[in-house]
Design a protein around this ligand. Sequence first.
Ligand code: SF4
Ligand code: SF4
Length: 477
Amino acid sequence: MSSDSNDKKVIPILPADEAASSAFLYAATPKIYPRTVQGVFAHWRWLGVFITQLVFYGLPWLEWGQRQAVLFDLGARRFYVFGLVLYPQDFIYLTGLLVVSALSLFLFTAVAGRLWCGYACPQTVYSEIFMYIERKIEGDRSARMRLDAGDYSLEKGVKKTYKHIVWLGFSIWTGFTFVGYFTPIQVLAHEFMTLGVGPWEAFWVFFYGFATYGNAGFMREQVCKHMCPYARFQSAMFDKDTLVVTYDAERGEPRGARSKKLDLSQSSLGACVDCSLCVQVCPTGIDIRKGLQYECIGCGACADVCDEVMDKMNYPRGLVKYSTENAVTEHWTHSQTLRHVFRPRVVVYTLIVWTLIAAMFVSLSMRPPFKVDVERDRKSLAREVEGGMIENVFRLQIMNASETPQRVHIQADGLPGLKVLTDPDLVVDAAQSRWVVVRLQVSIEKVSPGSHPIHFEIDGQDSTAVVIEKAVFIVPR
Ligand code: SF4
Ligand code: SF4
């Protein structure tokens, strides 16, 4: 093998065992019963669940003045985000947000692998909540396995029914909240209580609820393994300095059961007691001791439980831990590892992300309080009118993107003696848009036949904003 290929930095992600993969295609996948785990990463995961769900369920109920603080009103083509009133013409900000999100994903993945998957992805978060409900009703791993393996009984029927009722209730609430971002949630709640909900709203509430119930209650790790594309291209974003959940094989092997009293320094055994707890807590059912696998969502549950085992055995923690491939092979200290994690690639991603965020904030803060769209009036083409004048009619949509009424003044320029015949002063109510028909005239003697570029200038009377929109004035032959 050439030295070039030896220097390649991408960590190979082990393919699933071939025989097992083919079997998976045809056989039912065994159900996974993850064991409860406590520890640092479990706390971080629950913090992720708490923050994301507080935002998701709480945000639609927040009021901003007389309206919902965050509302994507598709019917009115208007999006409210606290003090911002956005129109479809502001699509550039959504594009910017998507670019920032994608780059942030690259950044977090370069630093610590699948951080998003392990702590904030809706699939992880809802699976965690559904498993919590399951544990509260059916008990921990062994109790659930016994219950599933046992014959049908009244206790089993009651527990299963109760679990599914709670899951369904939670799912419907999730679907309701989702729709509450697109329809005022208080109106929606009233419609639900009075059974007056519209067909589309009902469809989306139940569709989203059903997707939550299916994905978090039944599909769980199958979504991560077989449906999520992110798991497939993650290896391209990892290198030997990416923090990933790693089993320290040099320290752990040869693994084996032993007495707690065994002096490890006098034994040929490694630190792994082969308790298999790391496999039992894994939500995707893999064995981290086989190396980095694409199914690993980086949740750290195996690291938490292994630390508990190490504590019980009086061994140092960290047999399974977040570390980098280089740190493990080079035996780096914690600070040496971190120094290498914050490498040039990470610094460049960070700079790009913050530059984009700053640019978006500056652009949003300098945004004029109103927007204008110009359309030619199709019913009234260019025509000659009294007094030797040529008239063109336009329709202007003036969109107030602020929370206060806006007074505007319309002018047109670009041809000698171009006159605005419509009342040039008008008021557009807060967060509303208004169509106005504008007639322009020019003396036939001052223009030649053909198309002439002109522009509308709309001046804000309550601000210094000036919006200029191009148009074409047609003079018939
Ligand atoms: S939890 Fe730790 S000690 Fe137990 S099998 Fe896994 S790696 Fe070995
Ligand atoms: S191997 Fe460990 S970190 Fe990866 S998914 Fe399983 S428990 Fe989570």
